[in-house]
Design a protein around this ligand. Sequence first.
Ligand SMILES: *[C@@H]1O[C@H](CO)[C@@H](O)[C@H](O)[C@H]1NC(C)=O
Ligand SMILES: *[C@@H]1O[C@H](CO)[C@@H](O)[C@H](O)[C@H]1NC(C)=O
Length: 264
Amino acid sequence: MEGTCLLCLLSLTSLLCCTSDSAGLTVSPSSSQLFEGASVSLSCEEDDSSAGWRLRRNTTRETRTQCGAGWGRSAGSSCNISYIVPWDSGVYWCESREGATSNSISITVTGGAVILQSPVLPVMEGHDVTLHCKTKTPPSNLPAAFYKDGSLITETTGHMTIHHVDKSDEGLYSCDIRGHGESPRSWITVTERTPTTAPPPYSTFLQLVFFLIRYLVVFSPYFISTVLMVSLYRQRPTAPSTQAEQRLAEDSDDIVAVSTEHHF
Ligand SMILES: *[C@@H]1O[C@H](CO)[C@@H](O)[C@H](O)[C@H]1NC(C)=O
Ligand SMILES: *[C@@H]1O[C@H](CO)[C@@H](O)[C@H](O)[C@H]1NC(C)=O
C-alpha cells in the first residue's frame, strides 16, 4: 500500500516539476502569404507532448477556434489545411491544456494573382531577409515593385534582399507585378540581437540555488508524507489482507480491542 502511494506521489511530483510550458509554432510552406487553394501544415514544436498543445486561430469571423473544429485536420499537435481560402487569413498559435501559448503567426490568403513571400517568424537584427514576389502561375521571376509602408523601395526581378536588417526595417511590406496585380501587405518584425557576451559567473551559482530551492519545494511534500505515512503505519495494527488473516483477525478482535484500549 505504502509503495503504490509513494509511486503516485512520485509521479505527481515529476509531473509538477517537469511539465514544460513552451512550444514554437512552425508553418510549412514558410510564407506569411499564400494563394487560395494551397495546402498548409502547421505544427507545434513542443518540449513535452503530454502538455496537449493544440492549434488555435483568430480570424475575422471567429476567435480562438481549435483545429478540427470547423477548420483544418488535427493530428496530435499538428494541423493541416488542405485547401486554404481567404477567410482562413488570421493569427495562428499553439495553446496547451493549461492555457500556455506559443508564438503566433499571421497568415494572409489571397484570391488574387500575386503574393509576397516574407518570413513568418521575426527576423533577427543583422540577418539578411529575402522577399519574393510571386504570381500564381509561372513564370514567377517577372519584374516586381516592392513597397514598404506604401512607398516604393525598389523595382527588380522577382525578389529582393535586405542586408543586415535593423529595427528601422520593420514595417508593412507588399509588392506588385505589372499586368498581374498587387499582393496583400504583411508585417515584418525585427527582433533585437541577443547579447553574445557570456553570462556573468554568479548566474550559474544563482541557477544552482534556484535549482536547489525548486528541488526542496517539490520534494519536501514527498518526504513529509513519507514520514507521516510511516508513523501512521507504526501506530495502526496491520490491516488483514487475506481471508484467512481476516478470520484470524475476527477471532482476535477482542484482544485487539483490549490492546487498543490500553493505548488510550
Ligand atoms: C484572439 O482574439 C482574442 C479575442 O479578441 C484576443 O484576446 C487574443 O489576444 C487573440 N489572440 C491572438 C494571438 O491574437
Ligand atoms: C499533413 O501534411 C503533411 C505534409 O503535407 C503530411 O506529412 C501529414 O501526414 C499530414 N497530416 C495530416 C493529419 O493530414
